[in-house]
Design a binder for this molecule. Structure first.
Ligand SMILES: *[C@@H]1O[C@H](CO)[C@@H](O)[C@H](O)[C@H]1NC(C)=O
Ligand SMILES: *[C@@H]1O[C@H](CO)[C@@H](O)[C@H](O)[C@H]1NC(C)=O
Ligand SMILES: *[C@@H]1O[C@H](CO)[C@@H](O)[C@H](O)[C@H]1NC(C)=O
Ligand SMILES: *[C@@H]1O[C@H](CO)[C@@H](O)[C@H](O)[C@H]1NC(C)=O
Length: 377
């Protein structure tokens, strides 16, 4: 090395750096091609291709940083790998809002029932959960969360497990809560507690096969362009979609004669933020609708999700709580987590599911827990 001198050293360093860059670029190109193939992605123009590749490269770096920062969680590329963080937030998540507070009498308590909780429990093992769905690029998570809670309630009322219609809720639910300014806004977001009230008001729900999901599904599966729900309120929801197709909308598609006989929502309940209470109620009631701040979930792959900072008062995603468990780390520590069903397809996360730290109000997961109450049959 001494013989090289300073100039030589600088040269070698620059050359190595350049090589590394070229190599990094090549590797990113290969990864991008593989990724496009796997996710069946094609871009309309070369400009778009270039821009998407640049975003993909940024995301590779982001993922590398996340993996270095969090030893207990693995992050990886997935269907969102060509989306910037801003695009992910605006297309997939909802506008972040604080958790609504409900009147005291809404909340279920769990006094004196906490002693017999098992270390782990999961409603998936008890047949109360349908397969993982994919919301596509629409802010319709809240309708999935609502419907999946209802599927569990229907099953636990001793009926066969049935896929219920998410699209009915996305297209038809125009419920609002003037006290909080919250509203159900189709592909622009909504709240499960308001959707339970909508299903109660309209008198039932169709099956998925009778009123299938289509919003936000581009490509092969076909997509649809439903018009906003009948009383869509633009001052609460923001401007409506710029294009819509009347025959793909609630007015044309809703068929009350296809409502599942006997399935009536009579009311809904909230569960307070105490995570022991949530576990007790989960076991007693069934899978529960929950919400969280999901900004850092974009590249989640596996493990217990526990970001250092994640605003619990800024909810932008609704999902289904199906169970809990405890992870034993190599140091013999026990890390309690919740098991959550997401609506981003089976390839995302752990076959569509994720774990999130339990007992610390992580990302607000305990702040908007709710369930429908069905008429007894
Ligand atoms: C529900 O839909 C899925 C496809 O998304 C299908 O595989 C499943 O058989 C359907 N029925 C039930 C009861 O899960
Ligand atoms: C829409 O919401 C605003 C704000 O809550 C309310 O003042 C207005 O009356 C609503 N419009 C309609 C047509 O319901
Ligand atoms: C509107 O939707 C119907 C039903 O899916 C479809 O047949 C029709 O081609 C659509 N119209 C337009 C203009 O896209
Ligand atoms: C949560 O509820 C349990 C059971 O009622 C109680 O023992 C515990 O102290 C509560 N935790 C908090 C943080 O209030």
């Amino acid at each position: 090395m001494a013989k090289l001198g300073t100039a030589g050293l600088v040269f070698v360093t620059v050359f190595a750096g350049l090589l590394w860059c070229v190599h990094g670029q090549l590797e990113a190109r290969t990864l991008f091609s593989q990724w496009k193939h796997e996710h069946n992605r094609r871009y309309k123009t070369d400009d778009e291709e270039r821009a998407r590749f640049a975003t993909f490269q940024d995301n590779l770096l982001k993922i590398e940083k996340l993996n270095a920062e969090y030893s207990g969680t693995e992050f990886a590329t997935n269907q969102f790998a060509d989306m910037s963080g801003d695009e992910f937030r605006s297309k997939i998540l909802m506008r972040p809002l604080p958790p609504p507070q409900h009147p005291r009498e809404r909340y279920l308590r769990a006094d004196g029932e906490v002693n017999d909780l098992p270390e782990a429990y999961n409603w998936v093992d008890h047949g109360a959960v349908t397969p993982i769905k994919d919301q596509g690029s629409a802010g319709s998570c809240w309708a999935f969360s609502t419907i999946e809670n209802l599927e569990g309630q229907w099953f636990l009322a001793k009926h066969p497990l049935t896929n219920l219609s998410v699209e009915q809720v996305v297209d038809c639910d125009d419920n609002t809560d003037p006290k909080t300014g919250n509203a159900d806004c189709g592909v622009f977001g909504g709240w499960p507690y308001l959707a339970f009230q909508y299903i109660k008001r309209v008198g039932g729900i169709e099956k998925e096969e009778d009123y299938p999901y289509c919003s936000g599904l581009g490509g092969e599966k076909g997509t649809c362009f439903p018009c906003p729900a009948p009383a869509y309120n633009a001052s609460m929801c923001g401007p409506a979609v710029s294009y819509c197709n009347e025959t793909e909308s609630c007015g044309f598609r809703l068929d009350k004669s296809k409502f599942i006989p006997g399935l009536q929502v009579t009311d809904w309940a909230a569960i307070d933020t105490n995570e022991t209470t949530i576990a007790v109620q989960l076991m007693k009631i069934g899978p529960l609708s929950v919400a969280l701040n999901a900004v850092l979930l974009q590249f989640y792959h596996r493990g217990v999700f526990e970001p250092h900072f994640c605003d619990p008062k800024s909810l932008d995603h609704a999902v289904l709580l199906t169970g809990w468990g405890v992870e034993k780390t190599i140091f013999g520590e026990k890390k309690p987590y919740w098991i959550i069903k997401n609506s981003w397809g089976k390839k995302w996360g752990m076959d569509g599911y994720f774990y999130i730290k339990r007992g610390v109000g992580q990302c607000g997961i305990n702040t908007q827990v709710a369930t429908a109450i069905l008429q007894k049959t």
